[in-house]
Structures are given as structure tokens and as C-alpha cells.
Design a protein around this ligand. Structure first.
Ligand SMILES: NC(=O)c1ccc[n+]([C@@H]2O[C@H](COP(=O)([O-])OP(=O)(O)OC[C@H]3O[C@@H](n4cnc5c(N)ncnc54)[C@H](OP(=O)(O)O)[C@@H]3O)[C@@H](O)[C@H]2O)c1
Length: 262
């Protein structure tokens, strides 16, 4: 190869690299439950990557950290959304129906009142609320935002599950009935969705963030040493999201890439 061929090759590689970076920067992600915890950190890291970020919160007016982040990064838009409110989900999806969304992350979730999830004193109103948000809310989001997902380049939608939804991991300790059952319902719902939407080219994935130092983990009563920061969790979750394809979305994956047993 002579010198001018080298120069041409270099120019082509540089152009392709710049094009790749531009495509990555142009990507859009919508994340639910972003005023605190893992959702807030997802917003931070996607915004720093240069993506367009739509972060939802139940009460944007009081979402101080999220608003501060949005003030620093003009690629962040904050939207009001409560997953109990299906009409609001449809209205938000209608607002964005002509906007391509590459990745939808159903992060929002609730643990529910833990003492009310002890067998013998199960509170079924609490149960319904947890199922409503964690399982039905995520499914309703996916269903409603399908037109935007179809317009996106990446066509990816994720459920945020938990090891507490895994039957194989539930051997020595029970409890958390509503939370466990909501995540198990979420898992099977998103498996069915993955099958239904495969022909559309939509990659439906299930991710667990690890034991992450958030309000939710604190409310669970967990005081062990194995927890990780939201920063570490989100770095892993984003890597899993980047790598997920229609060929690899058949397993629920932990933030570190390891499969979560069913
Ligand atoms: N932390 C862990 O160790 C862990 C482990 C496994 C799985 N997860 C999952 O990871 C996700 C994020 O958890 P996290 O630890 O970051 O929890 P978190 O700190 O308690 O944050 C939960 C987020 O979900 C939002 N949310 C709750 N109910 C909602 C509703 N009805 N409509 C809209 N948003 C609602 C909350 O908003 P408000 O502030 O308005 O309540 C908040 O933004 C959840 O799905 C959780 O189940 C967490």
C-alpha cells in the first residue's frame, strides 16, 4: 500500500469513527423514576455520554437533584409521570409518538411496605399497588411507547428486575411477597413481550441492577456488606444494555453481565 492509499484509508476510518460517534450521540433514552436512586444515576451517565435523555418523575417540582442535573445538561428533559396513572402514560406516549426513542428503561419501582408483606398479615391493597407499579406499569409503558421504539435505531426496551423475583434464588428466606411476585410477573411479562416483538426487531431485555445503595435497599432492612454504589451499578447496566441483541436477550442479566437464574 503506497502513502496516498494510507492517507485515504485513514480518512475513511476517521469518517466512520466520527459517524459512529454522531449516531451514538444522537441516541435517545427514556427512563422512568429518575428523581433518585438508580434512575437519577442513569440520567447522569447517559447525559454525560451525550445522549438525549427523557427522565420521568412523579413530582418534578420537588426533584431537586434531577432538576440540578437538567440545568447542567441541556440534553435532559424532565417529564411528570406516575405509573399508577395509565391515562398519563398514554398522554406522554402520545406527546412523543413521532420522536424516535432508542432505549426505554423501566426503572421505576416500589418495594411496598415490608411488614405488610409478611405471610399471616399480608395487606392486599399494598400488594395491588406494588404489582400495579412494578409489573403492570412497566408493561403499559412498553405497550404505549411502541411507536417511538419502532422509530428508534436501537429498538430496545428493558425491565428492571430483582433477584427477589427469582425462584431459584429463593431458598432460605421468604418474605417480600408483593415485591417478589411483582418482579416475577414483570419477568414473565417481558419474556412474552420479547417473543411478541421479535418480528418487529424490538429487543426486549430484563436487567437486575445488583444490591444498590438506595432508599429502596435501606427500606428492605438489608444491612450486609455486598452492596454497590449507583455509579457502579449504572456503569454495568449501561454496558449490558449496549451489548444486548436479539440473539442474547433470552436471559435476565445482572449488572455485571452474569445471568440471573429464574
Ligand atoms: N436498590 C437495589 O438494590 C435494587 C435491587 C434490585 C432491583 N432494584 C430495582 O431497581 C429499580 C430502581 O430502584 P432504586 O433502588 O433506585 O429505588 P428507589 O431509590 O426507591 O427509587 C425508586 C424510583 O421509582 C419511582 N417510583 C415509585 N413508584 C412510582 C410510581 N407509581 N410512578 C412513577 N415512579 C415511581 C420513585 O419515585 P418517588 O420518589 O416519587 O417515589 C423513584 O424515582 C426498581 O425497579 C427496583 O425494584 C433495585
Amino acid at each position: 500500500m503506497n502513502r496516498s492509499s494510507h492517507v485515504i484509508l485513514f480518512a475513511i476510518v476517521a469518517a466512520l469513527t466520527a459517524w459512529g460517534a454522531a449516531v451514538a450521540e444522537a441516541a435517545t433514552v427514556l427512563i422512568t423514576g429518575t428523581n433518585r436512586g438508580i434512575g437519577l444515576e442513569l440520567v447522569r451517565q447517559y447525559a454525560e455520554r451525550g445522549w438525549t435523555v427523557i427522565g420521568t418523575a412523579r413530582n418534578p417540582d420537588t426533584a431537586i437533584e434531577l432538576n440540578a442535573l437538567a440545568a447542567q445538561h441541556k440534553n435532559i428533559t424532565v417529564e411528570k409521570l406516575d405509573l399508577f396513572d395509565h391515562a398519563a402514560i398514554e398522554a406522554l406516549a402520545g406527546k412523543y409518538k413521532d420522536t424516535p426513542i432508542d432505549v426505554l428503561i423501566n426503572n421505576a419501582g416500589m418495594l411496598g411496605d415490608v411488614p405488610k408483606q409478611t405471610v399471616g398479615s399480608l395487606d392486599y391493597d399494598n400488594f395491588r399497588d406494588v404489582l400495579d407499579v412494578n409489573a403492570w406499569g412497566a408493561l403499559k409503558m412498553a405497550e404505549s411507547f411502541k411507536p417511538s421504539l419502532l422509530k428508534g435505531e436501537q429498538k430496545k426496551v428493558f425491565a428492571m428486575t430483582s433477584g427477589l423475583g427469582s425462584s431459584e434464588l429463593t431458598t432460605r428466606r421468604g418474605g417480600f411477597y408483593a415485591y417478589r411476585m411483582s418482579k416475577a410477573a414483570l419477568n414473565i411479562g417481558f419474556r412474552a413481550l420479547a417473543a411478541d416483538w421479535r418480528a418487529d426487531g424490538i429487543i426486549v431485555g430484563i436487567i437486575a441492577p445488583g444490591m444498590v445503595e438506595t432508599d429502596l435497599l435501606a427500606a428492605s432492612g438489608y444491612r450486609g456488606p455486598a452492596s454497590i454504589t449507583t455509579k457502579v451499578s449504572v456503569q454495568g447496566v449501561m454496558k449490558v444494555i449496549d451489548g444486548m441483541t436479539l440473539e442474547t436477550n433470552d436471559k435476565a442479566l445482572n449488572y455485571d453481565g452474569r445471568p440471573i437464574p429464574w
